[in-house]
Design a protein around this ligand. Structure first.
Ligand SMILES: [Fe+2]
Length: 438
């Protein structure tokens, strides 16, 4: 054995080969996600340590929930849920919060449930763990069911992406979560839903990054619905590229297509149908065709006033305006009546006019048109600098970036016939806004 290899093994032994955890109890990485029919159902995901043993796993396998106005939990229901062993994150190289190297050895017990029969447009609260056991953690978390389709009731959502959670640099998540607070203050109260456009994790294979991220208050306050970003799909050394990291840190509806169940999905929230894509499975022509076939099927079957599609990779390289994913999708979006297409990844905010057949249109109930919008980064670290805007000046209406240290996110307000979207900077100043009416 070569001397450098011996040295490397010694170093790993000194590092301990173990993972570093956020300081939490027996239940962690808790999140609520909208079910396909989010007016009456919500899906929950959480983890415990598989090695804790059968008794501990059973104790962690309970949820108690009730409407948020039921302050003494008198009308609460307690249910036991599904559980499964999950080795998706085991034995991957990573970093500790102090930036030293480690291998994260972790086998999880994953707990999931779809809560059904919920009241529409209602704030619920929930607690996890069997009451009266050591797993009964006492933390109260919330989600808000969607308004019932057809009633046109108002709701609001935050839209954020590209904050690349990375425990050696906690500032990234801190500014992103502060941005969520800023959006809520501009909203005049909690949003009903958080939408993310991917790259929430620096390396999705680093379980400790997810676990730490989900301890932040915005993960306790409302449901999250997101897409798989390239960073969420990778591990530190890119030895195991996988959509499992997104799949097992959420409990998305199982209405996707082959290979993408629990990663690609759709759900109805008020008057909007959300269709969530995974770019990592569309690198080949076959992968793109499979995704497009699925989008065609979903839009043919699910009728909603607004159709919103989300994917991670940018529609345009907004530093210059050069075309990117727009080229691959705009004909299908024209054909399927997509109203709003949201992406991230390029770390520069950009949005177009409503476009149909490649041209700006005056959108109305009769005139289809898609607004293409992409989020800025939100980590104060990995932003992109704007260059001279040389391409697609006729269809892109606005670009925004603070350069390398960009922090920004969007607030969507939905009413019966309109979606209003505003981009805010970290100071809570509105930098751009648009309205989609139908
Ligand atoms: Fe990113």
């Amino acid at each position: 054995m070569k001397i450098y290899r011996l040295f490397f093994l010694l170093l790993l032994a000194l590092c301990g080969w173990e993972m570093v955890m956020a300081d939490e109890g027996p239940i962690f990485t808790v999140v609520a996600n909208p079910a396909e029919k989010a007016a009456t159902a919500m899906r929950l995901n959480w983890h415990s340590l598989y090695e804790a043993g059968e008794e501990a796993r059973q104790e962690a396998n309970w949820v108690t929930y009730t409407v948020a106005t039921d302050s003494d939990w008198k009308r609460a229901r307690t249910l036991s849920v599904q559980m499964e062993r999950c080795a998706a994150f085991d034995s991957l190289r990573s970093k500790r919060p102090d930036s030293t190297d480690c291998v994260e050895r972790i086998i999880l017990c994953r707990h999931t449930i779809e809560l059904k029969g919920l009241k529409p447009n209602t704030r619920y609260m929930y607690r996890l763990g069997k009451p009266g056991t050591p797993s009964d953690e006492g933390t109260v978390r919330y989600f808000h069911t969607a308004p019932k389709p057809g009633r046109g009731e108002a709701w609001s959502a935050a839209i954020i992406s590209d904050f690349h959670a990375y425990t050696p640099i906690p500032h990234r998540v801190e500014v992103a979560m502060a941005m969520m607070d800023t959006l809520e203050s501009r909203n005049g109260g909690p949003v009903q839903l958080a939408l993310h456009v991917g790259d929430v994790c620096a390396w999705g294979g680093s379980y400790s990054f997810w676990r730490d991220l989900y301890t932040h208050a915005p993960y306790h306050r409302y449901a999250w619905a997101g897409v798989n970003g390239n960073h969420d799909n990778m591990d530190r050394k890119s030895t195991r590229l996988s959509n499992d990291y997104t799949r097992y840190t959420a409990n998305y509806p199982l209405n996707g297509y082959e290979g993408e169940m629990g990663v690609c999905y759709y759900f109805r929230y008020g008057e909007a149908l959300f269709i969530m894509l995974n770019n990592e499975s569309m690198r080949s022509d076959e992968g793109l065709a499979a995704a497009q076939q699925w989008v065609r099927r979903v839009t043919a079957k699910e009728k909603a006033r607004f159709v919103v599609v989300m994917e991670h990779y940018q529609w345009f390289f907004a530093n210059t305006g050069r075309v990117s994913q727009y080229e691959r999708w705009h004909e299908l979006f024209d054909a399927c009546g997509v109203d709003l297409a949201i992406a991230g990844n390029h770390h520069i905010y950009a949005r177009t006019a409503p476009l149909y057949q490649g041209r700006e249109v005056e959108k109305s109930a009769k005139q289809p048109g898609t607004v293409y919008l992409q989020t800025p980064s939100c980590d104060d670290e990995r932003g992109m600098v704007l260059k001279e805007w040389t391409e697609n000046r006729d269809i892109i209406k606005y670009r925004w970036s603070e350069g390398q240290r960009t922090v920004g996110a969007l607030l969507m307000k939905a009413e019966k016939n309109r979606l209003s979207i505003t981009l805010y900077n970290r100071m809570g100043e509105a930098m751009d806004s648009l309205v989609i009416e139908k």
